[in-house]
Design a protein around this ligand. Sequence first.
Ligand SMILES: NC(=O)c1ccc[n+]([C@@H]2O[C@H](COP(=O)([O-])OP(=O)(O)OC[C@H]3O[C@@H](n4cnc5c(N)ncnc54)[C@H](O)[C@@H]3O)[C@@H](O)[C@H]2O)c1
Length: 431
Amino acid sequence: MDGLLKKIESNNVKIGVIGMGYVGLPLAIEIAKSDIEVAAIDIDEVKVNAINLGRSYVPDVSTSLLNEQVQKKRLKAFSSFEIIKALDAIIICVPTPLNKTKDPDLTMVVSAVEKIIENRGKQQLIVLESTTYPGTTEEMILPRLAQSYGKVGRDFYLAFSPERIDPGNKVYNTYNTPKVIGGITSNCVEVATKLYSNFVKFIVPVSSPRAAEMVKLLENTFRSVNIGLVNEIAMMCSRLGVDVWEVIDAASSKPFGFMPFKPGPGLGGHCIPVDPLYLSWKLKTLNYRARFIELASEINGDMPRYVVNKINEALNGCNKSVRDSKVFVVGVSYKKDINDLRESPAIDVIHLLKTRGAEVFYYDPYVDMIQLEDLSLKGIPLEQGLTEADCTIIITDHSSIDYQKVVDKAKLVVDTRNATKGINNSKIFKL
Ligand SMILES: NC(=O)c1ccc[n+]([C@@H]2O[C@H](COP(=O)([O-])OP(=O)(O)OC[C@H]3O[C@@H](n4cnc5c(N)ncnc54)[C@H](O)[C@@H]3O)[C@@H](O)[C@H]2O)c1
């Protein structure tokens, strides 16, 4: 271990990051910025080529910064895994989605681990950052690695450190977001802590990978459950004839014991709708039903239907039906100021509207084209959509959109995000 620690202390380590997506690329850049050589590994040749040409495809990473690291030869991308032999540490950032039956799909993690084993070197540190259920590192990864490397904490080091990146966040990034680390042995925590301290400001060590895995799931379950609660409060407020946004704003004036969450058209992104289900799945294997998670998932999952019913109400008021109406969706990414469409509620809303016979078109400054298995749509200019549509629905409240203009030009507006806050107009329908 001493040899590896010395290398880390003198910044003379070579790190590999497997999976160059929203998580892996910003991490690789942060490592390179700290003057450490990093191998960016991905099975997607397009991403590998883009990195080596110095071109960023992740909004949080600027092309100039990426290009600088490539030019300085600190960052190089590979689609082959052979480079692993020459590395001291390998960090896994591959996707952990759900399969068709909404159970954890760890095939990409397993495949990355197998590639590490095939190309293993000596005294390497392996860290899993992909979100997963408690027990994955110890139960699934450790036995595989130990079989080929030898004894953990002596022949190799293994830790779990959850990624906490918040795409689009201008304040918190990979460097200044505290990093939780749980190692299999105390040697593993020590090596991983030393390594990450080179490019992350604060480290929070915990007693095991299982605890670190649970930390991430607590964080995301906390959000999912609280969003579920506030979505239900929005439905209650609607029945009571109370403006939910006014209630949340006023409740937020309490300086203690209250934390505001916002209702919306449903959950999106790779994390909040998916991660809690990793936890409930694991608990099912232990004969325990994660009731809060199930309820929040049900309420949040119903929100697209709820907002489509709002469109229905809004159109009814003008003697129109959803069928044969033109509905214009403003903002389709799952949250503001990013281009990520994964699990976006906009997609569910569009599908529901189409099923009910509406003609649907959209505008999003970050998404030119929706190209999914079951949906292909090209964005249109904002002005055109506002003038042509019978009803405009705001799904994502991108900062660059002028909502006064939206209200002025549109015939009817259903605002799911309170983007039209402060604009008084009877044609606006809120959640
Ligand atoms: N995106 C977020 O905001 C976020 C935040 C926190 C945690 N996470 C977690 O981080 C992990 C990665 O998420 P992401 O958003 O970066 O995913 P992503 O889809 O943006 O990127 C993953 C990359 O991994 C590559 N890949 C897949 N299998 C591979 C393999 N076997 N070998 C090499 N490369 C492979 C893909 O080609 C892709 O480029 C997930 O577990 C996710 O839950 C994501």
